[in-house]
Write a protein that binds this ligand. Structure first.
Ligand code: NAP
Length: 245
């Protein structure tokens, strides 16, 4: 039977690459965007692939309201909930700690961390009943701490704790939970980095380049597969051997 995967934030960047990869592998895919335009792009991608799935609109700033709406839409369309969650949607809003506004902290934590928690909780019961499930979270190398990113670093470090807790609580139900922690991947998120900063970053990456979103999608595809049955509670770095200290 085909497995169903939910990928938050799949209108562009890493999420879109994951959506395309999993479509090729015959999963039923559900992708999300904050805009109608993003949803249309997801629907078109699914249609052109000849695969099965739907695009949904929603903003994780609205927390459980959005997640509840998505759950209702998925149930109405498919009559069941996903077997696999890829919690990918995320934002940055950088500022040095002394200048960071509470609103910047709250937004990043709500979207990146609380959003991932609410999605996990919403799909967990179904996975427990089926005695099979996969949680795959997008963390970051910034979880180790990064200047100007106290909100983002805290959200991604939080995701590591969240994922490991799921792995421990629900391992007995054959549910695995892992974090993929990318270094620098060429997407809209990294396009805002200045040329000077980019040069400094590349000096810290022995492989001498940013990663590509399709390279992250390969790792997601492996972790989602039966071949990864015994990998759980891990954070897997994908960063070109980036020097983090
Ligand atoms: P991106 O290109 O900026 O795309 C972000 C995605 O998240 C979009 O699909 C966007 O949807 C969605 N999104 C943004 N705000 C949202 C909100 N409020 N509610 C729901 N969805 C929202 O990002 P990316 O570079 O692909 O990053 C994907 C994930 O990897 C993130 O969790 C990021 O932290 C992590 N990561 C990325 C890098 C990197 O170097 N790129 C490194 C480490 C970790 P719409 O555009 O349709 O609104």
């Amino acid at each position: 039977m085909k497995k169903m995967v939910f990928i938050s934030g799949s209108s562009r960047g890493i999420g879109l690459s994951i959506l395309k990869k999993l479509l090729k592998e015959n999963y039923i895919v559900i992708g999300t965007s904050t805009s109608d335009k993003g949803k249309q792009l997801i629907d078109k991608t699914i249609q052109e692939s000849g695969g099965e799935g739907i695009g949904l609109v929603g903003d994780l700033r609205n927390g459980s309201e959005t997640v509840k709406k998505w759950v209702e839409e998925i149930n109405a369309h498919f009559g069941c909930l996903p077997d696999i969650l890829v919690a990918n949607a995320g934002i940055t809003d950088d500022q040095l700690t002394l200048r960071m506004k509470e609103s910047q902290w709250v937004d990043v934590i709500n979207i990146n961390l609380t959003g991932s928690f609410l999605l996990s909780q919403a799909f967990l019961r179904n996975m427990v009943k089926r005695k099979w499930g996969r949680f795959i979270f997008l963390g970051s190398v910034s979880a180790f701490g990064n200047p100007g990113q106290i909100n983002y670093a805290a959200s991604k470090a939080g995701i590591a704790g969240l994922s490991r807790t799921l792995a421990i609580e629900y391992g007995s139900r054959n549910i695995t939970s892992n974090v993929i922690a990318p270094g620098f991947i060429q997407t809209d998120m990294t396009d805002t980095i200045s040329e000077d900063h980019s040069k400094q970053l590349l000096n810290k990456i022995p492989l001498g380049r940013y990663g590509r979103s399709d390279e992250v999608a390969e790792l997601v595809s492996f972790l989602a597969s039966e071949n990864a049955d015994y990998i759980s509670g891990q954070t897997i770095q994908i960063n070109g051997a980036m020097i983090t200290s």
